[in-house]
Design a protein around this ligand. Structure first.
Ligand SMILES: Cc1ncc(COP(=O)(O)O)c(C=O)c1O
Length: 372
């Protein structure tokens, strides 16, 4: 086994430390592409290249229990995501569990929230508001002046960028400064950007959230969530949230998410290439009213002329592209979002598309035929 790392997971309750993968130390800082491939691997002589799937809740003569101390499989994933984001990660059972742990960890009374963003997280925050635990201040997250006004006296400024499903982009640098000046903690749901396209901790984020279910896993075969922080106190609170709320990741899921991460740079590159080409075709297409694309990433949203019925018809007719609700996989998926009560305020004809790595000629032929 590798040498013991200085991991605070090992130090809880004075129990015996288990051995976790140490961080790779090199003379120069590695590119994210290299970090995605190399981080979180066991390094000892004779050790396996991949951290094995630890299927154990209980550990001999140590008091260790995986809900408290974690497992090597989780920590391998956490090490890699932490290295990419520039902080320390805690893995959870899903992105929603990571969002819930964030609220637990920061215990805010007043939260600035994007008025259009992932409906699940907004529903969670609204539940807390209904129960009187938080007060929400919804804002257009692209309107930095409005964010600054709302941030006064707030405890947390919750940013999602790019947003789900309208792909709005927030000015992270400005909101980082605004939050600091207001004495609020900035939380950034960076699921759509992935750890490769933005590093919110550099802009002062207290917590970065990922639904690892999406681009990190990349194959639509698991649920996992991650919170990343550079603040030791916040890390301890997140860890405590997982221990007490029990939203722990599965061993197989953690293994698969790390395996997915290894190829994320390549997948994202291919998806972005496809997305950019689809966007240019869509912008010229007479059946399309509006195209939303942040200029990078694999998510594209567009509005079909003719509203809900026309957009539904496109989803019914695609053959290569899959009509499905989730995103971030190797396969291209498409969905009309306004059909959900939580997204009732978006344009009825808006289709959100997660662009995969298929051949672009096949993708455009499929979409063009469905748009006819
Ligand atoms: C931006 C964003 N955050 C969080 C989540 C929740 O993630 P999960 O489905 O892994 O719980 C989602 C899910 O779609 C999402 O799109």
């Amino acid at each position: 086994m590798p040498a013991v790392s200085a991991c605070s997971l090992c130090q809880h309750d004075g129990m015996t430390a288990r051995e976790f993968p140490p961080r790779l130390r090199t003379q120069h800082s590695l590119s994210p592409r290299t970090v995605a491939v190399t981080s979180g691997r066991p390094t000892g002589v004779g050790s396996p290249l991949n951290q094995p799937i630890v299927l154990a809740s209980n550990f001999r003569s140590s008091g260790n229990y995986s809900r408290d101390q974690g497992t090597e499989t989780w920590v391998a994933l956490e090490t890699a995501i932490g290295d990419l984001e520039g902080g320390r990660a805690v893995a959870f059972a899903s992105g929603m569990a990571a969002a819930a742990a964030t609220i637990y960890a920061l215990a805010p009374a007043v939260v600035v929230v994007p008025s259009v963003s992932y409906m699940g997280v907004r529903a969670l925050l609204s539940e807390y508001e209904t129960q009187g635990q938080v007060q929400l201040r919804p804002v257009d997250i692209t309107n930095t002046t409005a964010v600054a006004e709302a941030a006064r006296g707030a405890d947390v400024v919750w940013v999602e960028t790019p947003t789900n499903p309208t792909l709005d982009v927030a000015d992270l640098e400005a909101i980082g400064h605004i939050s600091k000046e207001a004495g609020a903690q900035m939380v950034v749901d960076s699921t759509f950007a992935t750890p490769l396209l933005q590093r919110p901790i550099e802009h002062g984020a207290a917590i970065v959230i990922h639904s690892g279910t999406k681009f990190i896993g990349g194959h639509s075969d698991l649920l996992i969530g991650l919170c990343v922080t550079a603040d030791d106190h916040v890390f301890d609170r997140l860890h405590k949230a997982r221990t007490l709320q029990g939203a722990t990741p599965g061993a197989l899921e953690a293994f698969l998410a790390l395996r997915g991460l290894r190829t994320m740079p390549l997948r994202l590159e291919a998806s972005q290439h496809n997305a950019a080409l689809l966007v240019s075709h869509l912008r010229d297409h007479p059946a399309i009213e509006d195209v939303r694309y942040p200029g990078q990433g694999a998510m594209v949203s567009f509005v079909v002329r003719g509203g809900a019925a026309a957009a539904d018809a496109v989803c019914d007719r695609v053959l290569v592209i899959v009509a499905a609700t989730s995103l971030g996989g190797v396969e291209t998926t498409i969905e009309r979002r306004q059909k959900y009560a939580g997204d009732a305020h978006v344009h009825p004809g808006l289709l959100r598309m997660s662009v995969g790595i298929e051949d672009i000629t096949d993708l455009w032929a499929d979409l063009a035929a469905a748009l006819e």
